[in-house]
Design a protein around this ligand. Structure first.
Ligand code: PMV
Length: 317
């Protein structure tokens, strides 16, 4: 029997950067995100004679080790599995392919092995593979709060995509895989950044501000707190030793341009993750103008426009 699941990446508006427990992949603070549409991971699993992972049609290499170690750590027993996972967007380039990847896998493996997990349990399973994957179990606006332990640190939906259909313009400033993986980067920041402690302490208040802004559909308030969160995360990255410079000159140019557009009255703000791409969250009526302005920037090599989408779900194999 083959089972297929589909999931979309998500973009954090209130960021997570750092873990308090590596064994259970427990984040040191909460986070809040939007799940995208259009960018899709589709993962097919079936029982096999031995473990095998194909990533976009090629043997998974290091990713295969990571995936099977994760499954062995989370499940008491399992048969050998053949996993075929495909992304319709660049993998490991700061476009959150690990979020959609682990979310799709969690849903597919749960169905294949008839584990009967709840959405909350699927979110914990996905989180143990990749912190941000916990959020891709759900669609629309999603919040992840720290619980008292690993099993209670789980994402939950705040609003469906249709309840506030924002658009996201993604400016790719450099294609190809990222320089330092987020897992390695987070550990470096935790161990060496003098700003790390202050960073983890400011997240709870930012989460509350963002939650209230979303509830009230207050775009300006969401823009202010989201921009502050991503810049603070990059301050922690940059202040790590040696510094993590995910931001490139073209990323900075895009951020400056979006700030100008906002001053001119457009509803748009930027966020960035562990890579040089700039994601611009927009009200739908501003997205055309934002895309046109970013297309003119010399450092922008590719532009994508996506909406908000649904959580991970099964599809016919
Ligand atoms: O899912 P991970 O463990 O690779 O972490 C992703 C971290 C950021 O994308 C930088 C921020 C976030 O909250 O998604």
């Amino acid at each position: 029997m083959q089972i297929c699941a589909r999931a979309h990446p998500n973009i954090a508006l209130i960021k997570y950067w750092g873990k308090s427990d590596l064994a259970t992949n427990l984040p040191s603070a909460g986070s809040l995100s939007v799940t995208l549409d259009t960018f899709t991971t589709e993962t097919t699993v079936e029982e096999a004679a031995s473990d095998q992972l194909l990533l976009n049609g090629e043997p998974g290499g290091g990713q295969a080790d990571r995936v099977f170690r994760w499954l062995d750590a989370c499940l008491t027993q399992r048969p050998p599995l053949h996993i075929d996972t495909r992304n319709n967007f660049p993998t490991a380039a700061g476009l959150a392919s690990s979020a959609s990847g682990f979310a799709a896998l969690a849903v597919a493996v749960d169905a294949l092995l008839e584990l009967g997990m709840s959405d909350a349990q699927l979110s914990v399973l996905a989180r143990r593979g990749s912190g941000s994957a916990a959020r891709s179990i759900f669609g629309g606006f999603v919040r992840l709060d720290l619980g008292t332990d690993s099993n209670s640190t789980v994402a939950a939906p705040l609003l469906d995509a249709a309840q506030w259909p924002l658009e996201v313009v993604i400016a790719v400033t450099q294609s190809g895989p990222k320089e330092t993986s987020s897992g390695e980067g987070m550990e470096r920041s935790r161990k060496t950044s003098p700003l790390y402690q202050a960073w983890t302490e400011c997240v709870a208040a930012d989460l509350e501000t963002a939650r209230a802004a979303i509830e009230q559909r207050d775009f300006a308030a969401l823009a202010a707190v989201s921009e502050a969160s991503f810049l603070a995360m990059h301050a922690v990255m940059i202040s790590s030793r040696p510094g993590l410079l995910y931001m490139k000159p073209a990323s900075l140019a895009a951020i400056q341009r979006v700030r100008e557009l906002r001053r001119d009255g457009l509803a748009a703000f930027c966020t960035m993750d562990a890579g040089p791409q700039v994601k611009v969250i927009c009200l739908p009526e501003s997205a055309d103008d934002v895309a046109a302005a970013l297309r003119e920037l010399p450092g922008v090599v590719e532009l994508h426009r996506v909406g908000l989408g649904r959580g991970a779900h099964l599809v016919p194999a």
